[in-house]
Design a protein around this ligand. Structure first.
Ligand SMILES: NC(=O)c1ccc[n+]([C@@H]2O[C@H](COP(=O)([O-])OP(=O)(O)OC[C@H]3O[C@@H](n4cnc5c(N)ncnc54)[C@H](OP(=O)(O)O)[C@@H]3O)[C@@H](O)[C@H]2O)c1
Length: 323
């Protein structure tokens, strides 16, 4: 397993990391299997785990807490997120900061998360949504500074809205943000334009999420894939987006180098960018944990392949079904 610095925190995190969203209620989730997947990841050297209170109202934080308790001798870096009080995803500039992250709400959920994780101090606490319209609210600065001063958290981060990688740049410039979480994939290459250069310049940790495009870049989905109605993916992979996505996935399959799978190309693509600290992959299946972690040692893709993949960039705009 390879490790990289999470920006100015200086913490060495595994470049393949574990995302727990799917463990909180996607169809096909089983807690026993999820716990086994988390343990296998720890055993294979993964030390960075991304959770959120909203993933089952503390459920995935609890699964992570159980894993940390079972592995006391190992340093596990736990990231979680404060849910927006107005329960709206994504954040919109018309929402008032005080309706989304009022100080009492943030401190209350930070305590709830600490309890679930079983830790005094949360390694990385992120706001689950963000709009730069809130940057100058004095309570933003006061809240982050108090969380750190009191030892409630070690580092603070923002999870940026889907397909809006620039909507966080003002907040980063305040100096309050240690790490950003952003969607980056063979399809979603726009963080390379402005966000990544700024993060390099300011030494901000970059946590890539959804490198497999919620599963489409795992290569197993087809035009006929149907998710149950109560599974979030049934909205994301609605018939139109599913058809558009699979068309593009098929084009990628045509250019796969011999012996390389689609998830390998997708994950090594994001790790090929020097600004990236780690990528949090959703993996409930043990086979996925093994396959993905094994990619860490394979290093970046060749410059020729990276050049080809540039052409597969897909500039997307947030839509009512995308969050
Ligand atoms: N707003 C936010 O802050 C936000 C939003 C979305 C996600 N996230 C974070 O980012 C993490 C990653 O995103 P995600 O889980 O939504 O999507 P993802 O990582 O793009 O895709 C996860 C899907 O890919 C499958 N998969 C994993 N490895 C595979 C492989 N080698 N071959 C084929 N399929 C494979 C997983 O299957 P199994 O699970 O069945 O193994 C799962 O269905 C989340 O878990 C969460 O921590 C944050």
């Amino acid at each position: 397993m390879q490790y990289r610095k999470l920006g100015r925190t200086g913490v060495q995190v595994s470049d393949i990391a574990h995302g727990l969203w799917g463990m909180s209620g996607w169809s096909g989730s089983a807690d026993r299997e999820s716990l086994q997947a988390l343990q296998l990841a720890v055993d294979l050297g993964c030390n960075f785990f991304d959770s959120a209170w909203a993933y089952g109202e503390g459920k995935s934080d609890g699964l992570l807490g159980q894993t940390m308790a079972k592995n006391k001798g190992k340093r596990i870096f736990a990231a979680s997120k404060i849910p927006p009080k107005n329960e709206r995803w994504p954040a919109l500039p018309k929402f008032k900061y005080h309706d989304v992250f009022p100080p009492d709400h943030v401190f209350k959920y930070a305590d709830l998360i600490r309890k679930q994780l079983g830790t005094d101090s949360i390694d990385l606490l992120q706001f689950h949504v963000w709009t730069d319209a809130w940057t100058n609210d004095p309570d933003f600065r006061k809240t982050v500074e108090k969380l750190k001063r009191d030892g409630t958290i070690r580092y603070f981060g923002l999870s940026l809205n889907r397909w809006e990688p620039e909507n966080g740049i003002k907040a980063i410039r305040t100096g309050l943000v240690d790490a950003v979480q952003v969607i980056y994939s063979i399809f979603d290459q726009s963080p390379e334009d402005e966000l990544f250069p700024l993060c390099k310049e300011m030494n901000i940790g970059v946590i890539v999420r959804v490198a497999l495009d919620e599963g489409s870049l795992g290569g197993k989905m087809t035009r006929d894939t149907i998710f149950p109605k109560d599974d979030w993916r049934s909205g994301y992979f609605n018939p139109k987006n599913l058809a558009n996505t699979i068309k593009r996935v098929d084009k990628l399959k045509e250019i796969l180098p011999p012996g390389m799978s689609l998830p390998e190309m997708a994950l090594r693509f994001v790790l090929s960018h020097a600004a990236v600290s780690t990528t949090i992959v959703g993996m409930r299946k043990l086979v996925h944990v093994r396959e993905n972690i094994a990619l860490s040692d394979k290093g970046p893709l060749s410059p020729e392949l990276l050049k080809q993949l540039k052409k597969h960039r897909w500039n997307r705009k947030p839509a009512p079904w995308s969050d």
